[in-house]
Design a binder for this molecule. Structure first.
Ligand code: GDP
Length: 300
């Protein structure tokens, strides 16, 4: 329900427009497919995946001898689902076997800190012990905000002063996680994109610490992206993918955009599984991503 409500703008933009196009066509022709293609591209589905979807749709419509435009929508929905399912294995965050470590990367303003707070809270109430590492040491506000979330979720936060070495914070946090038998350590990091080789060096230093100090941990490297930023989010995904082994994406602010098709572009074109989505500012608005629920929400 949360997900469905959060995706209402995208639903209007995709499903609503598809209904209009279908209603205005008496037969299935090239123009109908062109208009459907336009709808997907406008919703940020991505050109490559849109082309694939429409191509497959045309083939299926022909194979199945579909003559009524009203039957096209269900077929299109099926093709969007296929392209999402064929690109990644699953959309779950892997926390087992414990101990596990989640590194959260992404640029400022995408919703990284609040997302980490919500995630810590959700994992904690699922019955696992959680520790937070304030690895975004470039912003005092990020450290403070994470401490606040720690208080709220009753989760301890390992932090150093502003400006200190992020890898050192994570080193300390791993030591503490081991000593206290923590199930899930969630690490914030700073992702400054203005210089790719800097970003790479900073992240690599953290990865080395994690590999050396916590080889036994189940690992996730999650990239937080803001769904309202369209092509910027795609570009960030490309850069982070180049410099690190991203295992999944947390797509925030889906409630604030009509262009939620970006989830399809990320998963189908960049092979990045969407693992969590943000559909509002509340704690309960950070939701696991499920392809079926997502597709149903935008096609209903
Ligand atoms: P950071 O700079 O990346 O750490 O960003 P913050 O965590 O400080 O978040 C920036 C703003 O985005 C805050 O006001 C959050 O409440 C808001 N935000 C985060 N996720 C969502 C979401 O899924 N939906 C909405 N509407 N707002 C969100």
């Amino acid at each position: 329900e949360k997900v469905k409500n959060g995706l209402s703008k995208t639903r209007k933009n995709i499903s609503g427009k598809i209904d209009d196009v279908i209603r205005s066509h008496r037969k299935i022709d090239e123009e109908l497919f062109d208009e459907l293609e336009e709808i997907l591209i406008t919703a940020d589905v991505g050109i490559v995946s849109t082309m694939k979807i429409i191509e497959n749709l045309k083939e299926k419509a022909k194979d199945k001898n579909i003559a009524d435009p009203y039957d096209i929508k269900a077929l299109l929905k099926e093709e969007v689902k296929n392209i999402m399912l064929s690109s990644v294995d699953n959309n779950y965050i892997k926390l087992e076997p414990t101990p596990s470590l989640i590194l959260v990367v992404g640029v400022n303003g995408v919703g990284k800190t609040t997302t980490i707070g919500k995630l810590a809270h959700n994992i904690k109430i699922s019955g696992k012990s959680v520790l937070l590492a304030a690895g975004d040491t470039f912003r005092a506000a990020a450290i403070d905000q994470l401490m606040e979330w720690g208080n709220r979720a009753n989760v301890e936060v390992v932090s150093h002063q502003e400006g200190s070495d992020p890898a050192a914070v994570i080193f300390d946090a791993i030591k503490k996680a081991k000593a206290k038998n923590i199930d899930v350590l969630i690490c914030d990091t700073a992702g400054r994109l203005h210089n790719k080789s800097n970003l790479m060096n900073e992240l690599n230093k953290i990865f080395r610490v994690v590999e050396k100090e916590y080889p036994e941990a189940t690992k996730e490297i999650l990239l937080v992206l803001d769904a309202t930023t369209g092509q910027n989010a795609i570009n960030q995904a490309k850069v982070f993918k180049e410099v690190s082994n991203i295992t999944g994406v947390i797509l925030t602010k889906l409630d604030g955009t009509a262009k939620g098709g970006i989830a399809i572009a990320l998963q189908a074109e960049l092979n990045l599984p969407i693992k969590l989505i943000g559909v509002g500012e509340g704690i309960e608005d950070l939701q696991p991503f499920d392809v079926d629920i997502f597709i149903n929400s935008i096609f209903e």
